[in-house]
Design a protein around this ligand. Structure first.
Ligand code: SAM
Length: 362
């Protein structure tokens, strides 16, 4: 759905199937599905997680779209309209069109803005399997079916439409969904500054949740970059929130992205300037990728950071760390006699950063 679409702000309570619950598809970074579904169950017990697949979590909910937009660990949210079988050759696209034509769009009109005569619609498709058609051909077949089905629909493009549909084909199974969220949901509005190496807000949100936030936390991200993690931490009560980075640019970006209650300073994470035992929680995304080169020095940097963190962290405190240099991190932990648990391995454009939990002993 395009930005500012009235659907995203609709307070209409929807209620589509016999159980009174709508099927919702939540997308997240592949590798994070299990943690995201655990987080949803813990934070939103009124929603039911029915299934997970790569990069997808399926929910059944009775809620408003506005309620659903509170789910900060999601990249995007879709209303799952139907799942159907689809063949593998070009001629089967006619069957795909028929299946989409069989979708009952009448209930969806309750979600659309009143007084508008036409809605620009677009279809994005993904396809995996040995089909003789491309994802673009599948998307076009779906779009033409929609235009025939509903006279209020006109062709738009994914960047310029009132309603975005999503068609996912995996082997013989197709699922067809309508997007409920906009880019501003995924990127937390348009005013944020993102620096190279910034993580998605949804990942930062999962990391913060894993740290079990509570209102007495003295929280620190010592490699804050543009402040995505502390910005997510601000949504929970805290004793104090600190962010620091070596780079002036990062410090300025973080100050732009957070409220004045976050204390942002320029500091070396390997020489943290807090009193011994002052910090109860560290959640951080270590420098590791091509934009933020830790290079050959990663293990030494990580070990220096760990020694500094051990000094400033309270007993029985917790650290959640994301890094693409698994080996360097694990070696540094061994070198610093720090026990760690690997929680997940993510999949990001061919890279596989891992998420770790470190417990500081009691
Ligand atoms: C992967 S980025 C963090 C990105 C951040 N999570 C975000 O979403 O914008 C790592 C950051 O570590 C910073 N950095 C590298 N070495 C550092 C050090 N010794 N002390 C503090 N910050 C350092 C870099 O300037 C960079 O901003």
């Amino acid at each position: 759905m395009a930005q500012n679409t009235p659907i995203a702000g609709s307070p209409a309570v929807f209620n589509i199937d016999q159980s009174g619950k709508w099927p919702i598809l939540l997308t997240c970074m592949p590798g994070l599905e299990d943690l995201v579904s655990r987080q949803i169950c813990a934070e939103y017990p009124q929603y039911t997680v029915s299934e997970t697949r790569r990069g997808k979590v399926f929910l059944r909910v009775c809620a408003t779209i506005r309620d659903l937009c509170e789910i900060r660990c999601a990249d995007n949210l879709y209303l799952l309209l139907r799942e159907f079988e689809v063949g593998r050759v070009k001629e089967d696209l006619a069957g795909l069109s028929r299946a989409i034509s069989g979708t009952d769009f009448a209930p969806l009109h309750a979600l659309l803005p009143r007084g508008k005569k036409t809605f620009r619609v677009a279809v994005s498709a993904s396809r995996s399997g040995d089909h003789t058609y491309s994802r673009y051909q599948a998307a076009e077949a779906a779009l033409q079916a929609l235009l025939r089905l509903d006279k209020t629909f006109a062709a738009g493009s994914p960047d310029d439409s009132d309603i975005n549909f999503r068609l996912d084909i995996v082997g013989n199974l197709a699922s067809f969904s309508m997007k409920l969220t906009t880019a501003s949901f995924r990127y937390r509005g348009g005013a944020r500054m993102f620096m190279p190496g910034a993580i998605r807000p949804s990942i930062a949100n999962v990391m913060v949740w894993l740290s079990q936030p509570n209102d007495s936390d003295i929280f620190l991200d010592p490699f804050c970059g543009s402040g995505t993690i502390v910005s997510e931490r601000e949504h929970y009560a805290a004793g104090k929130i600190f962010a620091s980075d070596l780079s002036d640019e990062a410090v300025a970006a973080t100050k732009n992205n957070v409220s004045p209650r976050v204390v942002v300073t320029k500091a070396d994470a390997c020489r943290l300037r807090f009193q011994n035992g002052a910090i109860t929680t560290i959640v951080t995304n270590l420098p590791w990728d091509v934009q933020v080169r830790a290079g050959e020095g990663a293990e030494a940097l990580y070990a220096d950071f760990l020694r500094s963190a051990h000094r400033v962290m309270a007993r029985a405190s917790k650290m959640i760390v994301l890094t693409g240099r698994e080996r360097a991190w694990e070696d540094a932990c061994v070198r610093c006699q720090t026990s760690f648990a690997k929680l997940a391995v993510l999949s990001l454009h061919g890279l596989h950063p891992a998420l770790y939990q470190v417990e500081i002993p009691r």
